[in-house]
Design a binder for this molecule. Structure first.
Ligand code: SF4
Length: 227
């Protein structure tokens, strides 16, 4: 499979935020979100066999732990990514899969925690979520909305209510988008939507969602890769 990078860091998002995690970042994406912070994954990378990836994960986190399969869009390489996830599960790892919601989910191995985006209008990739994916969600999965303004927030709030998302999954995540040019300071001024404003909207509307900040961007410089 084509791999951009494999590294160990602190998980910055989801209900697993704060835990040590191995990131396996696959190359390539078929979307172009306006605020994407992973454009460096669109091309390049290097070929690795599944055995080489497993070996590197084992080297970074011997005997188990948390592994996230991410990208880019990892399910573009489903033929290799699915057996990789199954092997990691069999080896005792907790496996997270970050995916855009645009790819079908039914072949993702049972036991993998799917963290699935629903793209909002201002991402430039609204309407790419496959509604059939709602049926593939399990009670351990998480659904994430990255928000850059009030229009995105209202879209997400209404989507959550319309599809009764909170009852389907472990967590619904509302996360302010970060400026993709952010760098130099580790603070909320780089968020395209002020987290305080988002928090106040969520409280006013009693939204059954969790406000998520990308904590790795507050620990390290937001421009830093490989963290
Ligand atoms: S789906 Fe993810 S990697 Fe692809 S463009 Fe959007 S944010 Fe970037």
């Amino acid at each position: 499979m084509q791999i951009t990078e494999i590294y160990k860091s602190i998980q910055g998002e989801s209900t697993y935020a704060g835990l040590s995690c191995i990131f396996v970042r696959l190359t390539g994406c078929n979307l172009r979100c306006s605020w994407c912070d992973s454009e460096y994954t669109f091309t390049g990378g290097h070929r690795m066999t599944m055995e080489e990836v497993l070996e590197e994960v084992e080297h970074l986190s011997p005997g188990g732990g948390l592994v996230e399969i991410t990208g880019g869009e990892p399910l573009l390489q489903e033929r290799e990514a699915v057996p990789l996830m199954q092997h990691l599960l069999d080896d005792g790892y907790t496996v997270l899969l970050e995916t855009s919601g645009e790819r079908p989910l039914e072949r993702v191995p049972k036991g993998v925690v799917k963290i699935v985006d629903v793209k909002c209008p201002n991402s430039g990739e609204g309407d790419t979520f496959h509604l059939e994916n709602l049926e593939a969600l399990d009670s351990g999965d998480e659904v994430k909305f990255v928000l850059s303004d009030r229009t995105d927030y209202e879209f997400a709030r209404d989507f959550v209510a319309q599809h009764r998302l909170a009852g389907r999954v472990n967590a619904v995540l509302f996360s302010p988008a970060f400026s993709k040019d952010a760098g130099g300071g580790r603070d909320a001024s780089h968020c395209l939507l002020d987290p305080r404003e988002l928090a106040e909207w969520m409280l006013a509307d009693n939204v059954p969602a969790r406000l998520g900040l990308q904590i790795h961007k507050f620990i390290w410089d937001p421009a830093m890769k490989g963290v």
